[in-house]
Design a protein around this ligand. Sequence first.
Ligand code: NAD
Length: 502
Amino acid sequence: ACNTLEKASSILSSRRPLRLQNFVSGNFHTPSASSSSPDIGYIDSYEPKTGKLLARVPCTQPDGVETAIRAAQDAFPAWSKTPRSERSRYLRRVSELLQEHRELFAVWESIDQGKTLARARVEVDRAIANFAYFSTYILHEQTAARTVDGVALTYEHRSPAGVFALISPWNMPLYLLTWKIAPCLAFGCTAVAKPSEVTSISAFLLAALFQKAGLPSGVINIIFGDGPTTGAALVASALVNGVSFTGGTQTGIAIRRSTASHIYKHMSLELGGKNPTLVFADAMAEDKRERTVSLAATAAFENQGEICLCGSRIYVEKAVYSDFVLEFTEHVRKTWVVEVNVGAVVSRQHYDKIRGYLKLADQEGVKFNLGGVPPELSDHDDASGYWIIPTVLTEAPSDSALVREEIFGPVVTISPFEDENDAVRLANDSDYGLAAIVVTADGGRMRRVSERLETGLVWVNSWLVRELGTPFGGVKNSGVGREGGEYSRDVFTVVKTVHLPS
Ligand code: NAD
């Protein structure tokens, strides 16, 4: 484990491509290639800020996936019976080790994902908190018990649900993967985790921490690969008792299909979003406008807009609409463009996708208040990274793909609304329902609007505040299932009612 971490540090300075290995049964293995070519099983991963080759990620074939699942299955009986206090100590140790290596993780995460170093540090801190939180949660957990007619006793008994497939996307790689691994192990399950093939490095380093923390062999296995080969084989295996997945809606649908005949599988699907930010006129009063504009901009452009919770559709009350557009555009130019608070977008493929939307904006005659259609990139070698200027669009028709589809980049649309009802109608006019942001000074409206919004989360005059016990998840095409505190317990445990007569 020390070796892996030291190697990662030295490669960081030498800038050679990092060759990742699977972590199965407590050891690092190079998965076997499926043909005579030794390279056939590798995916090239590029550094977003430079377009240079950064890592070679093994694409684990179905037999390798099966080996990892068997390792988790073999480890399950002992781990599920390990006393909570002991499981808690392992998780606490992982959290401490992550704290010790915070900067190494942050630097690699920033290089691998394209995010700024400041943003990467925030996410590593959140990953540390994930392990710390669940390490103590299981020590203080409560179970419901009731009496029947004041005599017989009925209580809830929970047991770990088994082997889990934990699959995460590329936007907040370490943070989202640990948000799954920490509760999974805390509640006594074992796992095979697969990070995104686009950003696999922090998961590789995390495996080294698990080894260093001395976690029993097979409790957590981390394998690498793409969705169609590795991810699909992992979720479809009959030996997997549950899937916790964060990623795109289309992938969520594919996973639901491929697991439909396994009724027993616990499913938690955290999917895409197209989140509205509603700005009411009272939030643009003289003493509030700066804060309002800054909040809406942060919600739109943090992590280059590559956060599922970003407010990418801003709706503003008509009376203050033109003032807001002017001030917002100026603020974004100063704070997000000149001060360079955005990083590069994650990959060439994603750059091309965002560019496609901006070409569409141009064709549709949508107004660019800031930004434009980014240049077409040549091949990887002469590209100088995947940079897109924060882009502020107005006058997009409400049926445009720009307003309806998840762009997942530094692009925001701003449109006017008439009144409270119109604001709610526009916000809810979406196939997605992950999060919403309401900016207003009116206390009654805060509740009225929040309760009418069809989303899993609402932030009033705030954004991205997290309390790890609160339920996290979406409605509509943004997913099913909730995670966080006791909601994660529902994902990772099976509950049984035990009835004892008097
Ligand atoms: P993606 O769906 O393409 O990939 C996510 C993960 O699933 C990757 O590890 C990928 O390899 C794997 N995968 C792909 N096909 C698979 C299959 N058939 N079976 C099993 N696994 C498969 O998503 P992405 O492009 O990596 O991430 C961006 C998406 O994630 C956006 O839509 C974003 O909104 C969403 N997201 C949601 C949340 C949330 O909490 N709701 C958080 C972050 C990101």
